[in-house]
Design a protein around this ligand. Sequence first.
Ligand SMILES: C[S@@+](CC[C@H](N)C(=O)[O-])C[C@H]1O[C@@H](n2cnc3c(N)ncnc32)[C@H](O)[C@@H]1O
Length: 539
Amino acid sequence: MTEPTHFTAGNTPDAPRSDLPGLLQALASDLREVGYTLEGVAELLGESAYAALNRDQPIPALIATEAAAAGEPRTAALAAVVRFWLLAVPQEAEVLDGALPRTRAEGLAALGLAKITGTEVAAEADLRPYGWDAGRNGGVEIWVASDLAAHQRPGVLRHDHVLGIGQASTTLVQTTIRRKAERALDLGTGCGIQTFHLLQHSGHVTATDISERALAFTRFNLLLNAEALDIDPGRPAERVSLRLGSLLEPVAGETFDLVVSNPPFVITPRTAGEAAADQFTYRDGGLPGDDIVASLVRSLPDVLAPGGTAQLLGNWEIPEGSAWDERPQSWAGPDTDAWFIQREQVGPEQYAETWLQDASETRDRRHYQEAYAAYLADFASRNVGGIGFGMVFLRRPAGERRIRRFEEITYPIEQPVGPHLGAAVERADWLAAHDVSAAHLLVAEDVTEERHQRPGAEHPGVILLRQGAGLRRTNLLSTELAGFVSACDGDLTAGQIIGALEALLGGTEGFDGGAFRSGLLTEVANLVRDGFLLPVGPG
Ligand SMILES: C[S@@+](CC[C@H](N)C(=O)[O-])C[C@H]1O[C@@H](n2cnc3c(N)ncnc32)[C@H](O)[C@@H]1O
């Protein structure tokens, strides 16, 4: 793989530099030595200040680190680094020189991470530890640079803001089904968060972005963490290709086994004569309404290898009087496996408030009023009554289409949910290839039954099957389905159990055996699809 010529330099203006390998190595060593790790920061701040900081509330951390910065030298050094980056408090150059002796304040400035004014050094970018449990590969811990966030800087965010690791980033990380992939694509990479994870299970990752600064941050992060991410710093192109360009344009004609994208899906009112520079690139793809998500759902299958999957997050508009999935249904091509899960739905007002707050556009009252009104007028112009948020799974089937599901799940689900989604896809494939009635079924380990009945009643009025793990579904059972489930010990086939139930419950006048069997079999297949019942044995 060759790295495209348009992105090799590592010295993009106004972004961290990645063409200074000696300094990058020095920085990694300094950060490790000063204990700037997830555990080190958590210990320094204490539980409540750490939790507050994770809510973007820096005050308790400021208080906690003030005393530490004047304390014992090792703790003081870490406190200085935490205050400098996480809390964006300028530090004296000599303090940073002591805390990061190989890099020093001058090195930070050379890397584009700091600005020195006299003896004072201010952070030009955020740099923070980030880690995850990589299962059998143990834990991975890295440092991730991004632009300073709203709570770390004054005023409205810069329009070419490079997003750090946010809630949506981790939602996609947790949602991704992590199969081994030869070639993966991270569309709209930002600081590179999805790419770091993809590198754990993909031979090669292509990361794209419309923002040159975003690609520069990603390149910096990849090289600063080359060892942890298993990248040869001398030949990064062997594992990662960074491409500048819009949507699928930089990868036209190529195919991937896995695509992930946390795209700039935030719906934004368009104004006459607006320039790309007026848009918040990190969240706004520049198109009207939810066109960016519609366009990706339509076009992503083109870059999928047969059997390849794409997962993305998105917003969709719900016109007044329409079902939430009417428009998403129309985007998903008839030949593509599609699974949409709507996780949340809000009204236009709440949507406007969330996204104006996100870019600190609430700080100027007049601007806030105008921007809020523009949002409402924009939604009204398309008769939008609600906005949905959710996750999208697409697959280019290797054979026939097997999955087409649009559902709403708004309660808390188990995280990471990716492995559970992966298991659900496997079950859908199994169902397509097998005759359920010939299968021996077992009740899944996490499933419990709940019966509710009126006091004194002879029979339960409601029987529920509940799943403890994954999507935590609940299924309302008919008496015969409850009877079926209770007989699922793997001994008899589904067909045999249904036959036994028919013998037990049938025989009354008007009983339709055929309808009974096929109705029950459909319900049983649904329980298999949703993971309440699992087939035993080969196949
Ligand atoms: C919401 S951020 C996601 C960043 C990161 N992947 C994550 O998961 O946090 C969206 C990214 O898409 C990029 N972007 C915006 N418009 C784009 C376009 N038309 N084509 C490709 N990327 C785009 C932005 O620069 C930004 O980095």
